[in-house]
Design a protein. Structure first.
Length: 397
């Protein structure tokens, strides 16, 4: 039986950040990481950006976790956890004893009930390799989903001279986040760049015949593509925690120090539900800054610090020649105020509840996240004129 000071289940960005957090406090303790993927930790955001839009290759995205003296056990999935005896067992029956455990199990893409493995549910290095191989020979690609991943991968394929058809149930690209008029303008922006946007529709069946996939839409429309990639949301990986008796509510529940209800079991990243005092809400966040900041804080706390995780995470995206950074709640169902009409402009989208700003998207504006955090912390009341003046002043500065 292996016996370690620190055991990390999961091999993603939160796991890597936790290992670095542990090492910042404890340069001696043994750290072992069980990593279900065959690859050691790497940055996921480039999979839908830089690897399609720059000369970067898979060699550029590794996180060098092993340089921190971490024993990485690859292609190994933790199958069960016994918190009473502090033991994890993997799928081969090997057991690992720990003094402190981190669950950084991340999330798994949701799947359609058809299409089997011919649809690439885009999340991993392996998914990138598969899509790149198809893109090397194929021409026409279907992107299912108009959210964060779908919008990025559609742009990535398009700038690689692929014919791209996007299909999604919302009215427009990023329609769950952007206010309707601006999302409609983003739709037009995608179409101007050559993407065929089929909004308000879902596929109803996918048939595979040799190298081609035939796509059937709900409205009866049919077409063929060389490959299909989907980004239709993710489900947090909570089964291990739930089977061990830890609290799970669409995410592994942790306290403000990132402990589960068991004192030597912590959790961090996409899989976790946590309390955020700035929004006075319990959140589960599926973005890089949260995975990194929360992972590091969990690692430090595992090594003996007792700090609270009160970070309000931000996120970002790049879409063709435009991009944004965002912080807080950015849900199109909230009241919104914006000074933007066209995706080529610079400006802000504010999201309000009860006359208080709960989130800000900085469109084509970078490095202003702290100003957004200050606005979210302010008591309000906020109104449209005041927020547009704030935007004008801040973006000029
Ligand atoms: P994951 O990255 O999901 O890692 C969890 C790991 O644990 C996986 O390797 C999984 O296989 C493994 N695992 C699960 N269960 C077990 C088990 N039982 N035993 C062992 N291992 C297990 N965020 C942004 O803010 N901006 C972006 O531009 C951006 N771009 C993205 C692009 C893509 C293509 C993707 C997929 C995500 C992007 N994100 C972005 C989101 C960001 O990458 C994630 O929030 C972050 O990677 C989450 O890290 P994590 O470690 O919590 O989970």
């Amino acid at each position: 039986m292996r016996d370690d000071d620190y055991l990390i289940v999961g091999g993603g960005m939160a796991a890597d950040a936790a290992a670095k957090g542990i090492r910042a406090v404890d340069d001696r303790g043994s750290i072992r990481m069980l990593c279900a993927e065959p690859d050691p930790p790497y940055k996921r955001p480039p999979l839908s950006k830089d690897l399609w839009t720059s000369d970067d290759s898979l060699d550029d995205i590794g996180l060098a976790t092993d340089k921190k003296g971490v024993e990485i056990v690859r292609a190994t999935r933790a199958a069960s956890l016994d918190v009473a005896t502090s033991k994890v067992t993997d799928q081969e029956g090997n057991t690992y004893r720990y003094r402190q455990l981190l669950l950084a199990t991340g999330a798994t893409p949701k799947r359609l009930p058809f299409g089997n493995d011919r649809v690439i549910y885009y999340r991993t290095r392996e998914d990138y390799r598969r899509l790149r191989e198809l893109a090397d020979v194929g021409h026409h690609f279907l992107v299912i989903g108009g959210g964060f991943i779908g919008a990025e991968i559609a742009a990535g394929l398009c700038v690689n001279d692929k014919q791209v058809t996007m299909v999604f149930p919302e009215a427009a690209v990023c329609g769950l986040m952007l206010p309707p008029a601006f999302a409609a303008a983003l739709n037009a922006y995608y179409e101007e760049r050559g993407v065929t946007v089929v909004a308000g529709r879902k596929p109803s069946a996918i048939e595979a015949a040799s190298d081609l996939l035939t796509i059937h839409l709900e409205n009866g429309h049919t077409f063929s593509v060389d490959g299909a990639v989907a980004g239709i949301g993710v489900t947090p990986n909570t089964d291990l925690a739930a089977a061990a008796g830890l609290d799970v509510e669409d995410g592994i529940v942790v306290d403000e120090r990132l402990r589960t209800k068991h004192p030597n079991v912590f959790a961090a990243g996409d899989a976790v539900r946590f309390y955020n005092p700035h929004l006075d809400a319990r959140l589960r966040v599926e973005h890089e800054d949260n995975a990194l900041s929360m992972g590091e804080r969990a690692g430090r706390n595992m090594a003996g610090e007792e700090e609270l995780y009160h970070h309000l995470p931000f996120f970002y995206s790049d879409l063709f020649d435009v991009g944004y950074e965002a912080v807080g709640l950015t849900d199109a169902s909230l009241e919104t105020v914006t000074d933007l009409k066209d995706p080529s402009e610079k400006g802000c989208i504010f999201y309000l509840q009860d006359e208080r700003v709960r989130g800000v998207v900085f469109w084509n504006v970078f490095g202003k996240i702290d100003a957004g955090r200050e606005l979210i912390a302010a008591p309000g009341p906020h109104n449209a004129d005041g927020l547009r003046a704030w935007s004008k002043e801040r973006l000029a500065g």
